[in-house]
Design a protein around this ligand. Structure first.
Ligand code: HSE
Length: 340
């Protein structure tokens, strides 16, 4: 499977690392060979090689600052324009993991459209275009007989999207509700342990949980994007960000957290979606509520269904390998279908 990777930050590097470390295992167990032929960053270079790029050399080059440090070889192209590379590339899948812009979805949306129009599947960790335009992208994918997959956009590699869309497709889901932002859950957990908000946020950034601009996390917009994705994917509603009621955690003080603790409660940022809409709200939960027990960057989601009652998934919601894995899971899903 020939891959073009857009974005080589935490998530892109996570996928490259996994493709390198698990290459032999994936080939042996699943007959899968993922070859990165093109990679594009906003300011650190754009590379393409028809024979494939070495994940180890890509990771080493970026460690030194940019793809200028990637070894030259016959057939290596260095581009200045991402779309030009996408259009010229011979590839099966565009993997989009560039920084998220929740308002416009751009420039990732244009990259995805260019890929779909040229018959390439799209696999993405980018919440902006999926939250805004999933139905449009799915229609475009169907027209071009390819797929758009977005497991990484909700709860990283914990299979929330596959569970909701595929595994529970015979059920009617009345609601999806949970903790869908790792950064804020990490910060709230650390503040309970006595760390300051600023230090906890800094740690979340260092650990690769936070968005490039962490305002989206702490003000609730990242969780809101996930709600929009669930509304579209599970309830067929393409909803605008402005139609959601959203609060974050920025107004919660250390004193609030202590007061909640004394009353046997915990603050959690709860996101929910159902057939009538969605919301993101910081609220105090009694410790007896299972969601109150979800700590650190872990996320949880409960699907309330007609035939199966409540089903809850708990797992990583952010992180380098955890999100890289979600991209791999989508690539493997495409691979399995191609093998049928
Ligand atoms: N910034 C996001 C979070 C990353 O903290 O959950 C995963 O979408």
């Amino acid at each position: 499977m020939r891959l073009i990777l857009i974005g080589f930050g935490t998530v892109g590097q996570g996928l490259a690392q996994i493709l390198q470390d698990k290459a032999a295992d994936l080939k042996k167990r699943q007959g899968f060979e993922g070859r990165i032929v093109g990679v594009a960053t906003g300011s650190r270079g754009i590379l393409y090689h028809d024979d494939g790029l070495s994940p180890a050399d890509l990771l080493a080059a970026i460690d030194k600052g940019s793809f200028d440090h990637y070894p030259n070889s016959v057939g290596l192209h260095r581009y200045n324009d991402v779309v030009q590379m996408i259009q010229a590339a011979t590839a099966d899948v565009l993997v989009e993991a560039s920084p998220t812009h929740l308002d416009s979805g751009q420039p990732a949306l244009s990259y995805m459209e260019a890929a779909l129009q040229s018959g390439k599947h799209v696999v993405t960790a980018n919440k902006g275009p999926i939250a805004r335009d999933l139905s449009h992208l799915q229609a475009m994918a169907a027209d071009n007989q390819v797929q758009v997959r977005f497991e990484a956009t909700v709860m990283a590699g914990t299979p929330a999207v596959a569970t909701g869309i595929d595994l529970l497709s015979g059920c009617t889901i009345s609601e999806a509700r949970g903790i869908l932002n790792g950064t804020t859950n990490y910060i709230l957990t650390q503040m309970e342990e006595g760390l300051s908000y600023e230090k906890a946020l800094k740690q979340a950034q260092t650990l690769g949980y936070a968005e490039t601009d962490p305002t989206a996390d702490v003000e609730g917009w990242d969780a809101a994007a996930k709600v929009l994705i669930l509304l579209s994917a599970l309830f067929g509603q393409q909803t605008a960000q402005s139609d959601l009621s959203v609060t974050g955690i920025t107004a919660i003080t250390q004193a609030d957290i202590e007061a909640a603790k004394k009353s046997g409660e915990r603050y959690k940022l709860i996101a929910s979606a159902n057939a009538t809409g969605g919301r993101v709200q910081a609220m105090r939960l009694p410790l007896s509520d299972p969601l109150a027990q979800i700590g650190g960057a872990t996320n949880a989601i409960t699907f309330s269904t007609d035939l199966m009652g409540d089903i809850t998934l708990i797992g990583a919601g952010a992180g380098k390998l955890e999100t890289g894995y979600a991209l791999l899971a989508d690539l493997l899903a495409i691979h399995r279908q191609q093998c049928v």
